[in-house]
Design a protein around this ligand. Sequence first.
Ligand code: SF4
Length: 178
Amino acid sequence: MTIEQLIEIAKEAGFTTVSEMDPATINLREDVRAMCADNTCKIYGRNWTCPPACGTLEECRARVAKYHRGIIVQTTGELEDSMDFEGMTEIGRRHKENFAALTPRVREAFPDTLPLSAGGCTVCKTCTYPDEPCRAPQLAFSSMEGYGMLVSEACKANGVPYYYGTNTLTYVGCYLLD
Ligand code: SF4
């Protein structure tokens, strides 16, 4: 499968913007990882795909370094206003749905893909971490932030907007491909 074909399939999965990503632009940052450790998302240390289980920053860098191609996927939606929490949840839900629909199709064509989305893996209602192995490694995904990526920086470095105007919200993910 070509990148162009993958981009079309990603659009069919529901993403509003899909673009090629150059893994060489990826900058994994200590400060982003430090934000994870603050645990505002409440899943730090509770999921196989989040820090610390997803590996040290150096281990994540080594993993990312083996990829030479990729795509960025975005789900953008409109909010009624900046307090529209229901709208924010709805856009987040759509992004998760799009990602869950696309991941098996990417894996089929690129078995060694590294899928990274917004927030840690939510495939299972409760993650098995740390007591049992991951239930569905073929569907599991880490988060861009969990790997240390500043999402706005990753978009900019690949020529993709991150901000689409007042009262819009964008969730971002990517698939790295070897
Ligand atoms: S697939 Fe399930 S067990 Fe595996 S990382 Fe995701 S939530 Fe955890």
